[in-house]
Every structure is written in structure tokens, then in C-alpha cells.
Ligand binder design. Structure first.
Ligand SMILES: Cc1cc2nc3c(=O)[nH]c(=O)nc-3n(C[C@H](O)[C@H](O)[C@H](O)COP(=O)(O)OP(=O)(O)OC[C@H]3O[C@@H](n4cnc5c(N)ncnc54)[C@H](O)[C@@H]3O)c2cc1C
Length: 345
């Protein structure tokens, strides 16, 4: 088993480049090791942080006073349409392989950083796809019950950028994920307008998988949404805020303040509003700076640490200013998408 190391700074393990030291840090190379380490820490009453690629985490300047288990389990098994990957597999490498092997269903999720084991946590999604559409089972270690279990997709409680895992953060450690990826050289029906227009097709049409992947990667790179050491705008945790979903009465209130605001009407009468529009129209343009922290110059939703000189608190001060400005102007409270460790917005 890998050694525990004390006092490892977490900043280099996150895409924001933020976070103080871990009480102890250990890399787990297999499911068995992950379970052993987490179970032993639980028995000892030691807090545990499961760390994947660190691309959806905001870790406090004080760090994490407990055991950080970095997931490094590898392996992919294929049975017909079912692809089961260990939690420590790189997500985009899995997508690239699926596309190469003519397996349809995750091509629009190209270029998303992080590991397989994190994909069910917030139901990773982009460009009209999310993993709830293809996940059939998630193998977990249930820390409350102290046992390994297979959860069905239904038990995962998937919703927009949300799941049962997020409701009960820390209870389940994801060990492996099974995706049903149909053998098919064509993408799913293109469901996102911007992607359809980049591909030159109508919504609902299907395109060769490699074309879908290439178009998504291009669109993402244009927004600083593909990790690139040479691009300071990618020192982020992706979208910092989710698109708020307003109940009908709240939407009517917003309509009275701001007639004609952009909206996606949901089947249940709720209304989803683009967070980027709210932020820009509350006076925070792309590139808006507060000290060393900056809104990405390419994407309004990304809060960045462009020169890697900000502290976590400085980044959060920017995010708080944006949240408060949107609340004051529109009466809508933005909620953070990344997971906060030892701190809050
Ligand atoms: C440039 C950029 C672009 C992005 N674009 C998108 C996007 O388009 N769509 C999208 O949905 N997200 C996006 N994200 C967010 C992020 O990439 C995803 O949420 C990703 O799934 C996080 O994976 P990770 O391995 O880095 O997780 P981490 O950041 O390491 O962890 C995130 C959370 O999951 C928990 N966790 C990690 N692994 C496990 C496990 N095995 N078991 C239990 N809990 C675990 C952690 O404890 C933490 O609470 C983007 C991020 C960046 C930096």
C-alpha cells in the first residue's frame, strides 16, 4: 500500500491551483486500496476527502485536516455495449476511446477534465448530453453501511448537475462506473443549438462521432474550457455557478423586473435562466478582475486564478461579489457548482 505523506499542499492537485495542506495524503491504486484506506480512516474517526482530478473543487487556504485519498485505480472492461471503468481512469481518455471504437453516447462530453469516478457525482454534462443518459450502474463503497454495493442509475437520483451523491456528499466512494455505449458510428441526436450550428446540421441530426468530438473540443477551447497550461483562463473549476431554476412565481417576479429575460421553459412550469446572462447584465463582464482573481476572459461563468497568485479567499471574494451583485439586480441567488472543502461561498 502507498505511504501516507503529511502536509502535502493540495493546490497543485486542483485545476484552480488553490488549497492548503492535507493532514495526510495517500494515492490509492485499486478499488481494494481505496476501500481499505477509507474504512480504516472511518474506524479511526479521521475525516476523509476523496480526490479525483481536482477540477471541481475549491479547497480552503487552511487545507484539509484529515486524510486525502487520491483515486488512482485503473482499468476498463467491456462486455457488449457495457463499458465499466475504474474510478481513477481519466474521463476524456475514456471518451476518446469510445469515439475511436464507434461507441455512441458520450461524444459531446469530450474535453471535460477529471476522472471517471467523479462523473456521477454532479452528473457531468455539456452540449446536450450528461452521464445520466448512459450510466447503468455505479459501484460504490457505502461508508455508512461499511460495504461495497452496486447502485442502479435510478438509485443515483440524477438531475441537472446533481445526484444523490451530492445530496449526501461523502457517504459513497465511487469505485467504478458502467456506461451503456451503443455500438454506433453516429452521435446521439445533436441537442444543443451552438453545437448544431458549428457542425452545420439541424438540431436532432446525427453526425459521425469523431466530428461531434472535434466540434465540441473546438467550442470548448474557444471558451477556455479545455485544460491548457498555456491558457490562464483554464485555471478554473469550470462553470462556477449553475444555471438557476426558478419556480413559476419567481420567474414571474423576474419578468416584472426584466421583461423578456432569456429563459428555458421546463416541462413542470419552472424556468431555467442562463447564469452567464445574469452575471453579465449585473455588471460583471468577461475579464472582470478583483485583485488576483478574474472572471475568465472567454467565459463569464468561470472564476479563474490566472497567474496562480490568488488565495482561495481572494477567489471566493470575487465569486461573492458576483453572487451578491446578481441578487441585488435580479433577486436571484446563484449557487456554486464546485464542491467547497473547508470553506463556503
Ligand atoms: C476547464 C474545466 C471545464 C469543465 N467543464 C465541465 C463541463 O462541461 N461539465 C461538467 O459537468 N463539469 C465540468 N467541469 C467540472 C469538472 O471537470 C467535473 O465536475 C469533473 O467530473 C470533476 O472530476 P474530478 O475528478 O476532477 O473531481 P474532483 O474535483 O477531484 O472532485 C469533485 C467532487 O467529487 C468527489 N469525488 C471525486 N472522486 C470521487 C469518487 N471516486 N468517489 C466519491 N466522490 C468523489 C470529491 O470528493 C469532490 O467532492 C469543468 C472543470 C474545468 C476545470
Amino acid at each position: 500500500m502507498t505511504e501516507r505523506v503529511a502536509g502535502v499542499r493540495l493546490a497543485p492537485y486542483t485545476t484552480l491551483g488553490l488549497g492548503g495542506p492535507a493532514g495526510a495524503f495517500v494515492e490509492a491504486g485499486s478499488s481494494e486500496e481505496i476501500v481499505e484506506l477509507v474504512a480504516a480512516a472511518d474506524r479511526a474517526g479521521e475525516p476523509v476527502l476523496v480526490l479525483g482530478g481536482g477540477s471541481n473543487l475549491v479547497v480552503s487556504d487552511a487545507g484539509f485536516d484529515g486524510l486525502v485519498v487520491r483515486v488512482a485505480s485503473r482499468g476498463v472492461e467491456i462486455e457488449g455495449d457495457l463499458v465499466t471503468a475504474q474510478a481513477g481512469e481519466d474521463w476524456d481518455a475514456l471518451v476518446e476511446r469510445a469515439v475511436r471504437e464507434d461507441r455512441s453516447g458520450v461524444e459531446c462530453l469530450s474535453g471535460i477534465p477529471g476522472l471517471v469516478g467523479s462523473t456521477p457525482i454532479q452528473n457531468v454534462g455539456a452540449y446536450g448530453q450528461d452521464v445520466s443518459q448512459t450510466i447503468t450502474a455505479v459501484r460504490v463503497y457505502d461508508r455508512r453501511a461499511g460495504e461495497v454495493r452496486d447502485l442502479t442509475a435510478r438509485e443515483c437520483g440524477f438531475a441537472y448537475r446533481h445526484s444523490a451523491f451530492k445530496d449526501d456528499l461523502g457517504r459513497y466512494v465511487v469505485l467504478a462506473v458502467t456506461y451503456e455505449l451503443a455500438g454506433d458510428a453516429l452521435s446521439g441526436p445533436v441537442a444543443y443549438r451552438e453545437l448544431a450550428s458549428r457542425l452545420g446540421v439541424a438540431l436532432g441530426e446525427r453526425v459521425p462521432l469523431a466530428q461531434a468530438r472535434a466540434a465540441v473540443l473546438e467550442l470548448r477551447a474557444g471558451k477556455g474550457m479545455v485544460l491548457d497550461a498555456a491558457d490562464p483562463d483554464t485555471r478554473s473549476a469550470g462553470s462556477f455557478f449553475t444555471n438557476p431554476v426558478l419556480a413559476a412565481a419567481q420567474a414571474a417576479e423576474l419578468e416584472s423586473r426584466t421583461p423578456g429575460f432569456p429563459r428555458w421553459d421546463m416541462p413542470d412550469g419552472a424556468v431555467k435562466v442562463p447564469a452567464a446572462w445574469l452575471i453579465e447584465n449585473a455588471g460583471f463582464p468577461k475579464g472582470y478582475r478583483r485583485g488576483p482573481a478574474r472572471i475568465s476572459t472567454k467565459h463569464t461563468l468561470a472564476m479563474t486564478n490566472p497567474e496562480l497568485t490568488a488565495s482561495t479567499e481572494e477567489l471566493l471574494d470575487l465569486a461573492r461579489e458576483v453572487r451578491d451583485g446578481v441578487l441585488e439586480k435580479f433577486g436571484v441567488t446563484l449557487v456554486n457548482e464546485p464542491v467547497m472543502v473547508g470553506t463556503r461561498l
